[in-house]
Structures are given as structure tokens and as C-alpha cells.
Design a protein around this ligand. Structure first.
Ligand SMILES: [Zn+2]
Length: 201
């Protein structure tokens, strides 16, 4: 059994990954009978109140992957165009917590968001113009492009697709959840290579 901080992966009935949910949200989906089927291991048991008729305490076994009712067709149609919100936590994970200039790994608080083409030169604050950089490299590069600063990018920034973004948002993803999510991530995705890097670290 896992610790209650472990998140479950919610999917729709067609198997599309939707979001990470905590144990309270997972238990209430079971309690209101929204769970259509489950996959993956039992991650924990949540105890509810005592049933006044049977005198027994209710008990819900939460699985690592939970398929729930209700998702509009509309949403599925839009997924291919989905652009995830940009934030440092997922950006740093996209880049495996490596500085994409010096190639060294840093803790999150030593990392920064670098605009490859600086905003002062018309660069945008968007996934395909931002990379993870250590403070030192970011400072050295300053308001210059890599060419102007004489530095080289180690990898090309990219916009994560919907499933990649869910993967990037996950904390402590379990093996069965990972296998499931990776079924939605194209084989050509840089995430595969970077996941490998992350595991080696
Ligand atoms: Zn660096």
C-alpha cells in the first residue's frame, strides 16, 4: 500500500488520461459511483463513516488508474490543439532538471527559465522559446540569443502535447501509471529520452 500522498490517474471511459487526483477526490468518485472501471494496482484503502444499519465502517480501495463517467466529445476533439500552460515546475521536468547550456543537473531552486530569443528581442514566453538554465548560464547569456552569446543549446525546446503534459505534472508516478501514459506519448517524443536521463540520475 502507498502513502496517501500518492496520486491516482483519472482517465475517461475511452482511456484518455485526464488528470492527477488526490486520495480525497479519488475516494469521492468511488463514493458517488462515478468510477466505471479501474486499472493498475490498489494504491490505498480509504475508510469512510460507519454505516448505521450494518455497523460496519465503509472502505474504498483506490486504484492507481481510475476511469470515470462523463467527458464531452468536444473535449476530445480539442486535445490535438491543446497547449498546456507554461510553468517552471513542468518546464524543468521537461528538460530533466538539466541546464540546457552547460548540461549539468541542478535542484529546482537553482534553475531558471531562459528565453532562447530574449523577450527584449521579441522572443515569446512560450514553450518553444524557453529552456531550463542554471543561474550562472542564464546570467552569462543575459539579454542575448545563444548565437550572440556564443553558447549552444543542448536540446531543442518543444511544446508538450496533452499526455506529455500530464506526465510532466505527475509527482512520483507509479510504474503502471507510467506505462499507461506512455501509450499516449508518440515514440518520437523527446520525453522518452529525457525520462531515461531522469532514471539514470
Ligand atoms: Zn548552466
Amino acid at each position: 500500500m502507498r502513502h496517501l500522498g500518492q496520486e491516482a490517474l483519472r482517465i475517461d471511459t475511452t482511456g484518455l488520461p485526464l488528470e492527477w487526483i488526490d486520495y480525497k477526490d479519488a475516494a469521492s468518485l468511488y463514493a458517488v459511483d462515478q468510477v466505471v472501471y479501474t486499472l493498475g494496482a490498489d494504491i490505498y484503502t480509504v475508510f469512510g463513516g460507519i454505516n448505521s444499519i450494518t455497523g460496519k465502517r465503509s472502505q474504498i480501495n483506490v486504484n492507481s488508474i481510475i476511469a470515470t463517467k462523463g467527458r464531452s466529445k468536444h473535449f476530445q476533439d480539442k486535445i490535438n490543439q491543446y497547449i498546456p500552460p507554461l510553468n517552471n515546475q513542468t518546464l524543468f521536468k521537461r528538460d530533466s532538471h538539466l541546464c540546457l547550456y552547460c548540461g549539468r543537473r541542478f535542484s529546482r531552486r537553482s534553475l531558471t527559465r531562459d528565453h532562447v530569443r530574449p523577450m527584449s528581442q521579441g522572443g515569446s514566453d512560450a514553450w518553444n522559446n524557453v529552456v531550463t538554465a542554471c543561474k550562472r548560464c542564464n546570467h552569462h547569456k543575459g539579454g542575448r540569443t545563444p548565437e550572440q552569446a556564443g553558447v549552444q543549446l543542448l536540446a531543442i525546446p518543444f511544446v508538450p502535447n496533452y499526455a506529455e503534459y500530464i506526465y510532466l505534472k505527475g509527482r512520483n508516478i507509479l510504474a503502471d501509471q507510467m506505462d499507461f501514459l506512455f501509450g499516449y506519448i508518440p515514440k518520437t517524443s523527446p520525453i522518452h529520452r529525457r525520462r531515461h536521463l531522469e532514471q539514470k540520475a
